[in-house]
Design a protein around this ligand. Structure first.
Ligand SMILES: [Zn+2]
Ligand SMILES: [Zn+2]
Length: 271
């Protein structure tokens, strides 16, 4: 199930190749993979979203995406459900922008900030409700995460766990509040894993190999994701030394090594 793979920003991919590798529906705008913990969004292929345009806001910090379903109220089923639940289900969301000739350009990995239900007209001119998802680009999350690292560093393991499990997708908060919550949770998850490790690599169980400028030499690895970064569940991350981290992502026994680590973390968390 674990696949070490990352897409390159701005690079063109053939959509059929993506589905050959990952499975998933070949036509829909939201395509959860049948094989891996990943959901693809193909934006701009369906030709008009009946009153709402998908895309980035002015400063490229929020991507708005209308859910699927062209007639009647949109509901949280299929792709819409997968997007709403992508954080709790530990699925990575990858945004591709439609190009021509079956090609699409990889844009960014996205993290859900929340959603709104909006009135709209369907293609028959009947009024209905659509789901408007708001996402934050992962590259921005990583860039700005440093701002709140100080916030979470001095918390206890239990406090960090609470922060890490914070529900950020409620409907009644502003986009700005959600962004702060998502970031705080993302940092809390990382700080939690490092505190749980307590200076010992959670994979090879050796002390961290050097003294880091920033407090910990251990990397935070996502056990069930294609790439590291973004918010996740405390039980889905491990703090590992750079050597073990490289082995998981690039070693010929990386998948097995990751699976052994998953078992260790499950044991730790069950104590
Ligand atoms: Zn190690
Ligand atoms: Zn990793």
């Amino acid at each position: 199930m674990i696949l070490v793979h990352s897409f390159e920003q701005g690079k063109l991919y053939r959509r059929s190749d993506l589905h050959d590798q990952f499975g998933g529906n070949r036509q829909r705008g939201i395509s959860p993979s049948a094989k891996e913990a990943v959901i693809f969004i193909f934006s701009g292929e369906s030709g008009g979203q009946y009153g709402y345009s998908d895309g980035w806001n002015e400063d490229n910090t929020v991507f708005t995406f209308t859910g699927e379903g062209q007639v009647g109220d949109q509901t949280f089923t299929m792709g819409n459900k997968a997007l709403r639940d992508h954080i709790s289900s530990s699925k990575d969301v990858f945004l591709f922008r439609a190009s021509s000739n079956g090609l699409c350009k990889f844009d960014d990995q996205l993290t859900l900030l929340g959603y709104e239900l909006k009135p709209a007209l369907d293609r028959n001119g009947d009024s209905r409700t659509v789901i408007s998802f708001m996402f934050e680009p992962l590259s921005k999350v990583i860039q700005s995460a440093n701002e709140i690292v100080e916030d979470v560093r001095d918390q206890s393991l239990e406090e960090l766990k609470q922060l890490a499990l914070d529900d950020t997708s409620s409907e009644n908060t502003s986009v700005q509040e959600r962004k702060v919550k998502v970031r705080r949770r993302s940092e809390a998850v990382k700080a939690y894993a490092r505190k749980r490790a307590d200076g010992i690599c959670e994979a090879c169980e050796q002390p961290e190999p050097f003294n880091a400028k920033s407090g910990s030499a251990l990397d935070v690895h996502h056990l069930y994701r294609l790439s590291d970064g973004g918010p996740d569940h405390p039980e889905h991350v491990a703090a590992v030394c750079p050597n073990c981290h490289a082995r998981i992502h690039r070693g010929s026994d990386g998948v097995e090594y990751n699976q052994a680590l998953i078992n260790k973390i499950l044991n730790k968390e069950q104590l």
